[in-house]
Write a protein that binds this ligand. Structure first.
Ligand code: MRU
Length: 323
């Protein structure tokens, strides 16, 4: 069962996913979105592929389901992490596929909780935090990454304030993050993406925290389009810029941001707004869904294991070392 995020904040609709094709469509068409949730959905999609395999065709059904899920969206690393893990477990039995999918979902929640605790250490009472896109409980199985420290700080009684970037073209900030934070009773103000420089220049931002979709081994980080510009502004105004990410989002096989595939989405996301055409027919468009923030603009990466500081090339490796 998923929440159809396309309908938020106006309608809260729970939708069943009954086949691997349902899971593929839900990811591709963004009923679900956000790195952790894409991974969890892909994990359950693999379980459905295994559970509905014809007798004797478990391995083929898993391989086919995995191939097709992997093509549903290219950037969030959690998707590939989940299909690979469930493929390996599911080859033994369909029950193992379900156990593995549940483990991925539970780990996602545990990771988000730990990120909230580490990230809370970076937030001082009175902090005014800026965030981009949505990396809250809607983007994960629960709590989220960028918003988890904000929830934790709020719960622990710190007075905090959040600037939410609208996040064009799909408005995940306005539709989803504003909805989440308002529902939690957090002091929040919505701005359009092009207003970030103004609030920073007036000294009204103490820290930026965003989630992310994939981190390369040198710390370059892909996140929602607009994040790179925000990082440049933050550097200019000397504001700490934090990324929050669980280890399944870190891709040690990518040596830099150059190796991260960036999704381009349909022109209609830009040329129309809720079904109404806002740009002339025939206009050419360029609609990358993500950009890469260079490692040098990132103050620290908050993971479920610890807060990682530069040099990322060296320090990210320690997350994967056996203790
Ligand atoms: O295109 P989306 O909505 O799936 O993009 C993912 C995101 O929500 C963001 O990039 C987010 O900041 C990181 S993923 C939790």
């Amino acid at each position: 069962m998923i929440i159809d995020q396309r309908k938020l904040p106006h309608q809260f609709i729970i939708e069943p996913l009954c086949t691997v094709d349902d899971a593929i469509a839900a990811i591709r068409d963004m009923h679900v979105r956000g790195a952790g949730l894409i991974g969890a959905t892909a994990g359950f999609g693999m379980h459905l592929a295994a559970a509905q395999a014809r007798p004797g065709q478990l391995a083929d059904a898993l391989a086919d389901g995995g191939d097709r899920l992997d093509k549903s969206r290219p950037t969030a690393r959690n998707l590939f992490y989940a299909t690979t893990m469930v493929y390996e477990a599911g080859n033994i039995s369909a029950e193992n596929a379900l156990t593995q999918a549940l483990w991925i979902a539970d780990k996602d929640t545990a990771d988000s909780t730990a990120i909230g605790e580490y990230g809370n250490e970076l937030i001082k009472p009175g902090f005014r935090i800026q965030t981009h896109c949505n990396a809250g409980w809607l983007a994960f199985v629960n709590f989220g990454t960028a918003l988890s420290p904000i929830y934790k700080s709020h719960q622990s009684g710190k007075e905090i304030f959040v600037w939410v970037d609208e996040t064009r073209p799909r408005s995940q900030g306005a539709r989803l993050t504003a909805f989440e934070l308002l529902s939690a009773g957090i002091d929040v103000t919505l701005i359009c993406d092009n207003m970030a420089g103004v609030v920073m220049s007036k000294g009204k931002v103490d820290a930026v925290i965003t989630g992310c979709d994939r981190v390369a081994s040198n710390g370059d980080t892909a996140n929602k389009i607009g994040t790179m510009s925000l990082s440049i502004l933050a550097k200019y105004f000397r504001i700490p810029f934090y990324i929050a990410a669980p280890t399944p989002t870190i891709d040690m096989s990518a040596s830099s941001g150059e190796d991260i595939p960036i999704e381009e989405r349909a022109p209609e996301e830009m040329t129309t707004f809720r079904g109404l055409r806002v740009a002339p027919e025939g206009i050419k468009t360029f609609n990358p869904a993500f950009d890469v923030t260079p490692a040098e603009n990132i103050t620290a990466i908050v993971t479920e294991k610890k807060i990682v500081y530069p040099p990322f090339e060296k320090n990210l490796k320690t997350l994967f070392e056996r203790s």
